[in-house]
Write a protein that binds this ligand. Sequence first.
Ligand SMILES: Nc1ncnc2c1ncn2[C@@H]1O[C@H](COP(=O)(O)OP(=O)(O)O)[C@@H](O)[C@H]1O
Ligand SMILES: [Mg+2]
Length: 375
Amino acid sequence: MFTQKLGIIGGGQLGLLLTQAAMSFPVQVSIYDPNPHCSAAHYTRHFSKGDFDDKERLIAFGSLQDAVIFETESVNAEALIELQEKGVRVISCPKALQWIKDKGCQKEKLKKARLPILDFRYISASEIKSYNDHFPIVQKWRKGGYDGYGVQIIKTKADLKKAKEVDSIFEEMAEIEKEISVILARNELGDIEFYPPVEMVFDPVANLIDYLIAPANLSLKKRRQILHISKEAAEKLKLVGLYAIEFFMDKKGKFYINEIAPRTHNSGHHTINGNITSQYEQQIRMALGLPLGSTKQIIPCLMLNLLADNTKGRTSYKGIEEAFAIPNVQYTLYGKEEVKPGRKMGHAIIMEKTIEKAIEKMNDVRKKLLITSHE
Ligand SMILES: Nc1ncnc2c1ncn2[C@@H]1O[C@H](COP(=O)(O)OP(=O)(O)O)[C@@H](O)[C@H]1O
Ligand SMILES: [Mg+2]
């Protein structure tokens, strides 16, 4: 059999779910993360501590592996490119990671490929405060943002005072009707598999995905359109690996690509329960050079993020027995030792015949489960 060494860079929630999926294959999993207590570290004896930007350590770690996958864009792309040159299989493609990491370069790539995006311009750190053109405008730091951190809506000139002075893009504000994500896998042969589009419902306060529904509520025509754009993006940008394309659909029904993530995505947790091949298994198949699995969805799913309440301290779960007694719900708790206000502590996948039923059940989960700090 083909026992292989698989390195996973990042042992957070996605790293944990990748580790879980890897257990179905004859592989030895090693985790690389700055935090030895990260979620995935408990499940393997092979752990390397190191920063995501530490090129030398990453190369040392990766050189011991047959294949390397990563759960975060913060990983040093040059290290991964070097590993790939040495013959380590790196999924997703580190060259794509390199341009994706910088939102400015990413937008430029999308623009050159004539893919639909919102208008944007570059604004250097020193130009931010003197900007005096069109409002409202959306500031996005070119580097280092994640989960809404690094994205700010600037409504008026007065708001510029609050804007952080870092190299940014200023992007036209969209009138968003829906946010949709399409996860896809494409291998070196050009074989491509799309997961059915999912609809993300955002919590405007936490600026995080609140819940998502899969499949998205889209007409057949819209579904075809979004998959067509996704295919064009994958082919024109020569994406190899597993990617999530985040879209906005505006009030007129027009799609814009918001951004691309070169990895498994929070909008694909439900693929473990609802689809023949989960996004995690798909990435591992690719890392091992196996054919892509079917992305067919078997049952409608709703995913609810389980967030901590407004306290801080050691994690405590209240109402867990009542919550686990609700039928057709599967919980994943990330095992984070500390809660902070609004911190993402896990997620629940609700599987029902209709999304309406799933929404009812979600409200029940919300009422019953409280993730708070220990008194
Ligand atoms: N141009 C825009 N117009 C309106 N809302 C936006 C715009 N850009 C981002 N947002 C909102 O902010 C969220 C986070 O922005 P995004 O660019 O996806 O950054 P992140 O890397 O943090 O996910 C989006 O999902 C969307 O809700
Ligand atoms: Mg995003």
